[in-house]
Write a protein that binds this ligand. Structure first.
Ligand SMILES: CCCCCC/C=C\CC(=O)SCCNC(=O)CCNC(=O)[C@H](O)C(C)(C)COP(=O)(O)OP(=O)(O)OC[C@H]1O[C@@H](n2cnc3c(N)ncnc32)[C@H](O)[C@@H]1OP(=O)(O)O
Length: 322
């Protein structure tokens, strides 16, 4: 955009009004320098493009990038980044996906224009199916270690994220999927799905740092029952026990999160420091014992009994279709 002309190309400030370019030129909104032209342009955009001003504005105020199974859309009007998991069929967390999430969260953390993140899914009916079971079944030793370290790193980054994080849980969210949601500051879930730590059903054990989160949210007694039985809570049950903060119809999940975010008008430093005080004991505990945690994971996963049960569980997922 030429300095001295209206960002909307409305003609004020020197350049001629170019109706045909009006919609395109709204991209310049990001560097809006003549806010007084807004009302004028609003009128013209409506009559020129036939699209609503709000729609055009939302489109051009957002930048969307897609990479390695993640879609990142940045709304520069609100400062909210929507991080959408988009790895069919079920957003299972494999090594590469975990690395991609870790890297992307790092970039969002450094983005000065971002004040909050919505973590959601681009897939129908699934938020995240948890860890990719194929990473743990008949694994390669080196990759297994790398996989677990990537999960630890990603979790530490998400859980200690200084900006506000909200989970828009638009589908099922077992085990590692529940961990993602629980690591956010607020959770809105769609009706009629399930969430919870069901590890025992797969013959595996949720690590201490998963359990710590559960106990923090559900309390000791309920966690004992739910963890031992590998319970998956329905959305409605999850709301009752406080595992999620709101349950709404599917189409209302994102708008509800956006509304909630707009109501969190809290001074960023105070909110961020408070979160840090509450959470650092947990992520630091893992950070200080990452190697031991990895070795204990590898040891357990390689047990013959664990491998057998994982194999059967994988098979039962595949047999579902038959
Ligand atoms: C011992 C040391 C400590 C270990 C600590 C581990 C910590 C966390 C563990 C985990 O997160 S383990 C993963 C737990 N997840 C689950 O139990 C979910 C399993 N999946 C489902 O229940 C269902 O797939 C679903 C998510 C409810 C979706 O159902 P839908 O009917 O829509 O889709 P499916 O037909 O069942 O699945 C499609 C396709 O995806 C494969 N798949 C599903 N989940 C996983 C997964 N977690 N990992 C790898 N692959 C998965 C499924 O087998 C199907 O494959 P194909 O048959 O199409 O090849």
């Amino acid at each position: 955009m030429r300095a001295g002309t209206c960002a909307w190309n409305c003609g004020r400030g020197g350049s001629p009004l170019r109706y045909a370019n009006a919609e395109r030129s709204m991209a310049a909104l990001r560097t809006l320098r003549f806010p007084s032209c807004l009302a004028f342009c609003r009128k013209h955009v409506n009559s020129i493009t036939g699209r609503s001003f709000a729609k055009c504005q939302a489109r051009f105020l957002s930048s969307v990038t897609e990479r390695d199974g993640l879609q990142v859309s940045h709304n520069s009007n609100t400062g909210v980044v929507t991080l959408s998991m988009n790895k069919p069929p079920v957003n299972s967390l494999n090594l590469e996906f975990l690395q991609s999430m870790h890297k992307t969260l790092g970039e969002i953390q450094d983005d000065q224009d971002c004040r909050a993140v919505i973590l959601t899914s681009g897939l129908t009916n699934i938020f995240c199916a948890g860890l990719d079971i194929t990473e743990m079944y008949q694994p390669d030793d080196k990759r297994l270690r790398e996989f677990w370290t990537s999960l630890q790193d990603m979790w530490i980054r998400l859980y200690s994220f200084p900006k506000t994080t909200m989970a828009a849980i638009t589908g099922h969210s077992p085990a590692g999927g529940a961990l993602l949601a629980m690591s956010c500051d607020y959770r809105v879930m769609a009706e009629n799905f399930t969430i919870g730590l069901n590890e025992t059903k797969l013959g595996i054990v949720a690590p201490t740092w998963f359990i710590d989160l559960y106990v923090g949210i559900l309390g000791q007694r309920l966690s004992e029952l739910a963890l031992q039985t590998g319970k998956l809570f329905t959305s409605e049950e999850a709301l009752k026990v406080g595992l999620v903060d709101q349950v709404v119809p599917l189409n209302d999940v994102i708008p509800t999160v956006e509304k909630e975010l707009s109501e969190w008008k809290i001074p960023a430093l105070a909110r961020g420091m408070t979160k840090d005080v509450l959470r650092r004991i947990y992520w630091r505990k893992l950070q200080e014992t990452q190697d031991v945690d990895t070795e204990s994971f590898v040891f357990l996963i390689k047990q013959e009994k664990v491998q057998q049960t994982l194999g059967l569980y994988l098979q039962s997922l595949k047999n579902k279709k038959k």
